[in-house]
Structures are given as structure tokens and as C-alpha cells.
Write a protein that binds this ligand. Structure first.
Ligand code: SAM
Length: 270
């Protein structure tokens, strides 16, 4: 017999209604309350699967005030399932505040595996090695974008972005990092889903002036050499009397590397 929990974190489809597990449907049917962001959105899913469990709204604007209500349900012996409008709760969706409070009370919590835009994307985009950095939504300001893409230059950097902002965001990235290779996923698991991989210019050319639908994007690392190797070479050049600025010019042209990255490492390793 399956172990029972008091709070179940339940992923829901990110586009295709069939992308829900048998266990998720079973849990949604068996709990006493489903805490959801938008009751109308979740109701469509519940109707599709003949789930009659009562819904209660739980979103970023009422997160704190709902905590006592959910605690009282749990104290009465009721079970709760937490869902978001689409995908996995707590991945760019509410739930962290509730979880933190319930964990303090020793509530038995479990999360079901399931649909999530970032894992759906990353499992169909080739990468070198296993590592990637997911930052949720990319900052909205040009300054914020520049900082995050510069700080993560030698990583596979994955982010969510709204369709109305993505073209401007890509332009900001291009002016910061150059015409780097990216992967863009659109409308995953839906009718018009597509993955495009290429330089920013190619992607801009493909989409022209408008991109519609839900977007997840990955920037490929710019660096051809990792930090350790670079630091080794910096040390060799330093021992021969070269200054940080000279080293940054030499190594950046040698490895097609960003000059500032080399310079920063050269200064740091002094
Ligand atoms: N909790 C969700 C998850 O597990 O992926 C993410 C919720 S976040 C509020 C919504 C963002 O996720 C969208 O703006 C988009 O960037 C991304 N997203 C959600 N569904 C997607 C899909 N079908 N295709 C591509 N990106 C998607």
C-alpha cells in the first residue's frame, strides 16, 4: 500500500492535457482539497479527468493569508494537493511559502514527478556535458539581462521569458555576448511546438518581428576554455612578466574568448 501524505505537490500538463501521470490523477481524486492558482484553469483539467475534488485558490497574492487555512485543514486530518496553472509547482510558480511553513509543523509532504517546461526542453536540446544553470525568468531590465548573461558566460544558461519580450531580450544578449549559439523552445507539447537552434541572428531572422506562445531559451557557453585551464595559462604568462591587460589581449584572441573574462581572472589570480 502506498504511504500517505498530508500535502501532495502535483505537476499538471504544460500544454497537452494527456501529460499527467496516472498517480497524479489518483491523488487529485483522493485528496480533500486542491490548492490551485486559478480555479478556472485547474477546473478544465479536473473536468477532463472527472475529478470532483473541491478547489481552493492559492496564488502569489494570497500565499501568506492562506497558510492558516491550510494548516487548519491539515489539523482536521484533511489532505491537500498543490497544483499550479501548468507544470510543476515551485518552478517559477507559488508554493515555497506554504511549504516552508508546513515543514516547520512537521507535515508529511511529497512531490510527484511530472511535466515541467525546463526539463521537457532540456531533454531535447543537445548539450556538451550534463551541466546547465536554470534561472527561472530572466531579469526584465537590460542591465539585469547583461549582468546575468555575463556572469554565466561559460555555462549553458536556461531561462523563461515572455513572448512579448523575447526578441528585445535576444537583442540585448547579442549586444552583450555577441552572436552566440542559442536554443529556443516554443509551445512545448502543444500543436505548434518547435525547437530552434542557431545563432541569435538566425533565430531572429526565423521569427522575424514576432514570436507567439510560451518560450524557454538556452544560451550555449561562449568559452572555449574552462577557468582552470585559463588560470594555468595566465600564470605562465605572468611568470614571463606579462600584465593582466596584455594577458587578456593575448589569451582572448588565442581562444576566441571574452577579453573581460580573461582580464578579471588575471586580476583575481594576482
Ligand atoms: N511551473 C512551470 C513549469 O513547471 O515549467 C512554469 C511556470 S512559469 C509561470 C510559466 C513559464 O514557463 C512560461 O512563461 C514559459 O516561459 C514557460 N513555459 C510553460 N509552459 C511552456 C511550454 N509549453 N513551452 C515552453 N515554455 C513553457
Amino acid at each position: 500500500m502506498a504511504r500517505e501524505f498530508q500535502l501532495y505537490i502535483v505537476p499538471t500538463p504544460i500544454g497537452n492535457l494527456k501529460d499527467i501521470t496516472l498517480r497524479a490523477v489518483e491523488v487529485l481524486k483522493s485528496v480533500d482539497i486542491i490548492a490551485c492558482e486559478d480555479t478556472r484553469t485547474t477546473q478544465k483539467l479536473l473536468n477532463h479527468y472527472d475529478i470532483t475534488t473541491k478547489c481552493c485558490s492559492y496564488h502569489k497574492y494570497n500565499e501568506k493569508e492562506r497558510i492558516n487555512l491550510f494548516k487548519s485543514y491539515i489539523n482536521e486530518g484533511k489532505t491537500i494537493a498543490l497544483v499550479s496553472d501548468a507544470g510543476t509547482p515551485l518552478i517559477c510558480d507559488p508554493g515555497a511559502v506554504l511549504l516552508e511553513e508546513l515543514l516547520k509543523d512537521g507535515v508529511a509532504i511529497t512531490a510527484l514527478p511530472g511535466a515541467c517546461a525546463v526539463t521537457t526542453f532540456v531533454s531535447q536540446v543537445p548539450r556538451e556535458g550534463e551541466e546547465f544553470t536554470f534561472i527561472g525568468f530572466i531579469p526584465r531590465t537590460a542591465e539585469g539581462i547583461k549582468k546575468v548573461v555575463t556572469d554565466n558566460m561559460n555555462k549553458h544558461l536556461i531561462f523563461y521569458e515572455a513572448p512579448e519580450r523575447i526578441l528585445k531580450t535576444l537583442e540585448t544578449i547579442k549586444t552583450t555576448r555577441g552572436d552566440i549559439k542559442i536554443a529556443l523552445g516554443r509551445e512545448l507539447s502543444k500543436l505548434f511546438e518547435e525547437i530552434k537552434i542557431g545563432t541569435i541572428s538566425k533565430i531572429q531572422e526565423y521569427f522575424k518581428d514576432e514570436i507567439r506562445g510560451e518560450i524557454v531559451c538556452m544560451l550555449y557557453p561562449s568559452s572555449n576554455i574552462n577557468d582552470d585551464e585559463l588560470i594555468n595559462r595566465i600564470k605562465i604568462l605572468k611568470s614571463k612578466g606579462f600584465k593582466a591587460k596584455e594577458i587578456s589581449v593575448i589569451l582572448s584572441s588565442l581562444f576566441d574568448e571574452n577579453k573581460n573574462r580573461v582580464y578579471d581572472l588575471a586580476v583575481k589570480s594576482e
